[in-house]
Design a protein around this ligand. Structure first.
Ligand SMILES: Cc1cc2nc3c(=O)[nH]c(=O)nc-3n(C[C@H](O)[C@H](O)[C@H](O)COP(=O)(O)O)c2cc1C
Length: 332
């Protein structure tokens, strides 16, 4: 089988943020950037409400399902379900440091157990024919960064994983909160670059603190792909030039207003399925970041989307406020 082509840009899995509404919105801005789900535990996938947890619209493709777990059979079964639901990739979370995740012995603590991760990846690969990938840190706790990373990637790639997304900082499982673990440990991009040069046949993506497409282009001189999380969530229109810059597209991206208009039929559809307006618009608040009207947009949605009976007309009214906004109304 031919290895899948490297993916130059993807949006990070983010719990509570990258749900289906968020992904559909991001997809209106970039057709090609790979999108990730929030992490779903094997328990949720195997025993939970699958329509609610796994449901999405075909327009979201390409979309990768991120799983959290540490048992080969459960991960294999959850991966199979993900493939049946049409996801394009199954990703194993080996980077998330939260307590809840540690107690289940998965997430970042798996960085200390590369042999187990190799078994997990092997079991998932046997269960599905779509790519199985791993998102990791560079190390955890007292473990030395480079030897830990190399040993991890060597063992896990021997089990057939060919795509790694590396958040280029350690996670400290005790003493730092999950949020601090995304900011406090220093970024060591050079270790991820070195990983690519030692394992040139692997598809290596870099993650952590990357905020612009210019920075993405710089990283792509050293690695195959970039994963961006918070910067895209806060400033989603950042994705607009991605298709032309990194995926060979020739057409111009949609204007912000067109993105909003493309969301209106979706909002109607999802509200008929029971989704509250605010569960969709909350992901759209940053769309006009840095432009006149950004504040009026954000404020109108925040103040009105949760009111009883609110529907797509709230979004239309917010857009009208952007169009009328004075130049000075830029604060985001
Ligand atoms: C709100 C939030 C939730 C996150 N949830 C997950 C998750 O479910 N799985 C995961 O692997 N990483 C998760 N992360 C980490 C991100 O995927 C990413 O690795 C991290 O934010 C660093 O990238 P950034 O600096 O571009 O944001 C989360 C990050 C944030 C901010």
């Amino acid at each position: 089988m031919m290895p899948p082509r490297p993916i130059p840009l993807c949006v990070a899995p983010m719990m509570d943020w990258t749900d289906r509404n968020c992904r559909y919105f991001h997809r209106q801005i970039s057709r090609h950037t790979l999108l990730y789900t929030e992490m779903l535990t094997t328990g949720a996938v195997l025993h939970g409400d699958r329509d609610r947890l796994l449901g999405y619209e075909a327009a979201e493709h390409p979309v990768a399902l991120q799983l959290g777990g540490s048992e080969p059979e459960a991960l294999a079964a959850a991966a199979r379900i993900g493939e049946e639901w049409g996801y394009d990739e199954i990703n194993l979370n080996c980077g998330c440091p939260s307590d809840r995740v540690q107690s289940g012995r998965f997430g970042a603590c798996l960085m200390a157990e590369p042999d187990l991760v190799a078994r997990l990846v092997g079991a998932m690969r046997e269960a599905v024919s779509i790519p199985v990938t791993v998102k990791s840190r560079i190390a955890i706790d007292e473990l030395e960064e480079w030897p830990t990373l190399v040993d991890f990637v060597r063992k896990v790639s021997a089990a057939g994983c060919t795509r790694f997304i590396v958040h280029a900082r350690k996670a400290w499982l005790q003493g730092l909160s999950p949020k601090e673990n995304r900011d406090v440990p220093p970024l060591r991009y050079e270790l991820v670059y070195r990983l690519k040069s030692e394992f040139p046949h692997l598809d290596i993506s870099i993650n952590g603190g990357i905020k612009t497409l210019d920075a993405t282009a710089e990283h792509l001189k050293h690695v195959d792909g970039v994963m961006i999380g918070r910067a895209v969530y806060e400033n989603p229109y950042l994705l607009a030039e991605a298709d032309r810059r990194f995926f060979g597209a020739t057409e111009a991206p949609p204007e912000r207003h067109a993105v909003v208009e493309a969301m209106l039929p979706y909002i109607e559809r999802r509200m008929k399925q029971g989704a509250p307006l605010g569960s969709i618009t909350r992901h759209m608040l940053g769309l006009f970041q840095g432009l006149p009207g950004a504040r009026a947009w954000r404020r109108h949605l925040s103040e009105n989307a949760h009111k009883a009976g609110a529907g797509p007309e709230v979004v239309v009214a917010a857009l009208a406020k952007v169009r009328r906004a004075p130049e000075a109304d830029v604060a985001a």
